[in-house]
Design a protein around this ligand. Structure first.
Ligand SMILES: NC(=O)c1ccc[n+]([C@@H]2O[C@H](COP(=O)([O-])OP(=O)(O)OC[C@H]3O[C@@H](n4cnc5c(N)ncnc54)[C@H](O)[C@@H]3O)[C@@H](O)[C@H]2O)c1
Length: 443
């Protein structure tokens, strides 16, 4: 099947959101390749649909800046595309012409009806099944040929398919944040997927140069299936410590262990702040319905929601305060629930120094490990020593490593991931872990 016609009119719902704006940029690059690169004669339209007109204005500025960046990075290709246009001499002129030509194909709209003409409907609205079902079924009723590519983080696509009457014309096309930079894409076919849609999704992901990992259509998929359970473990650990110490100290300890001793790019509480406690609760709610035998919620998360201390990000991508307070992305304080105020991180660090003593003889960090090609040679001795260290922090790190592995195995045994390699790839590529959770370091 020739899919070009599918691209002539595409829509993205939730285009001005955090994920939507990045996906919009990627779609603009793809349509640019077809119209300008491949010199297709067809007219192409990309509809950026969002309920917020103000956010759509901001989106256009963001897209222009992304197109200029793309142009700079791909100048050799762009010069080839525009070689017959003698009026474009400097690189800057070529890049500007490219950005202007692609921007001319982008239309903004606050009306869902705009998507009725689209063959491909991408979606990145908030994580609300009823809303996704409502919008998809409305579009499908008015445009039976529409195919849907949803960025849902956790909602089973099969349920959306059935409830919206899509007959297999839907796929989970799950980008990671930020979509332009993150390499991972989880591809989630519904059981009865239209095979042409699957083929188109695979080709599109390849053209976007994404690393594709297939996940079964089970709430949370692989990435959140691991992250959410990993976070719940961290919440349980901190909760358990509150018999002896304050929650703020407990959070600092668990976060530091997960970053510095497990050699992750950020601690688990910082990651929860990055995602947002409210978003986590939406995801956990979707997963709870699919796993009634597990407890997929946490009283600490509920308390932080009640207090309105939820983390997440501002529209410019900067970090909102949550478990931690941030200045220019750096942790400066930890939230103290009793005082309902933040406590200086340096004070907390000094007060908890004993928990981390004795330290490993060789201090490693994530940045050093991630640059190394032969990581095994660095990781194996580090974790070997960790298992012998007589510190509370080292003991927690080992227990945490084992739990992380058990979660990975659970995803394979439960049929969410095809194998442990898929789990490791998601955590290494989508979460930048320096090693996959299913390993033999902690036994
Ligand atoms: N944020 C992440 O890290 C992340 C990562 C992967 C997947 N996701 C998923 O992507 C989706 C979007 O998440 P987000 O973080 O970008 O949310 P967001 O709140 O930043 O963006 C949602 C956008 O949808 C718009 N919107 C709301 N109702 C709408 C409607 N009826 N029609 C059109 N637009 C509407 C909002 O105005 C907003 O611009 C969710 O399904 C989420 O689970 C998020």
């Amino acid at each position: 099947m020739n899919y070009i016609n599918k691209y002539t009119n595409i829509s993205l719902l939730g285009a001005a959101g955090k994920m939507g704006s990045g996906i919009m940029a990627l779609l603009a690059f793809e349509v640019g390749k077809l119209k300008i690169g491949a010199k297709r004669e067809e007219n192409f339209i990309i509809n950026a649909i969002d309920v917020s007109p103000k956010a759509l204005e901001g989106l256009l500025k963001y897209l222009k800046s992304q197109l200029l960046k793309y142009g700079e990075k791909n100048i050799v290709e762009l010069r080839e595309w525009y070689k017959n246009n003698a009026s474009l001499v400097d690189n800057e002129e070529v890049i500007n012409a490219y950005a202007t030509d692609v921007m001319a194909m982008i239309k903004t709209s606050t009306r869902i009806e705009t998507a009725y003409d689209s063959q491909l409907v991408f979606e990145a609205i908030k994580e609300d099944k009823a809303l996704k079902v409502k919008l998809f079924s409305q579009i499908k009723q008015n445009n039976p040929d529409a195919w849907f590519l949803s960025n849902t983080s956790s909602i089973p696509l099969g349920e959306i398919d059935t409830e919206a009457g899509l007959n297999g014309d839907i796929v989970g096309f799950h980008f990671y944040n930020p979509p332009v930079i993150q390499k991972l894409l989880e591809l989630i076919p519904v059981e009865n997927i239209n095979s042409d849609l699957l083929k188109l999704s695979e080709e599109l992901a390849k053209s976007m140069r994404k690393v594709v990992v297939y996940s079964s259509d089970v709430a949370g998929f692989i990435g959140n299936g691991h992250f959410m359970r990993d976070a719940l473990f961290a919440l349980d650990q901190a909760n358990g410590m509150t018999k002896d110490i304050k929650l703020a100290d407990a959070i600092y300890r668990v976060d530091t262990v997960s970053r510095d001793l497990l050699l992750r790019p950020m601690g688990i509480y910082q990651l929860m702040d990055y995602v947002g406690v409210d978003v986590m609760c939406f995801i956990l709610k979707s997963m709870q319905a699919a796993f009634p035998q597990e407890k997929l919620s946490h009283e600490i998360l509920n308390k932080y929601i009640e207090l309105g201390v939820t983390g997440g990000q501002y529209s410019d991508g900067s970090q909102k305060d949550g478990f931690f307070k941030y200045v220019k992305g750096k942790i400066v304080a930890v939230y103290n629930m009793d005082a309902k105020a933040y406590k200086d991180i340096e004070e907390v660090k000094i007060a908890n120094a004993d928990y981390f003593a004795p330290q490993p003889s060789v201090i490693l960090d994530w940045k050093t490990v991630i640059r190394e090609r032969e990581r095994e040679a660095m990781l194996a001795p580090f974790f070997k020593e960790l298992k012998t260290l007589n510190s509370s922090a080292a003991k927690l790190a080992v227990a945490y490593g084992l739990k992380s592995k058990a979660i990975g195995q659970l995803l394979v045994d439960g049929g969410v991931a095809a194998d442990t390699k898929a789990v490791n790839k998601v955590m290494e590529t989508g979460f930048y872990h320096s090693y996959g959770p299913v390993n033999n370091y902690f036994e």
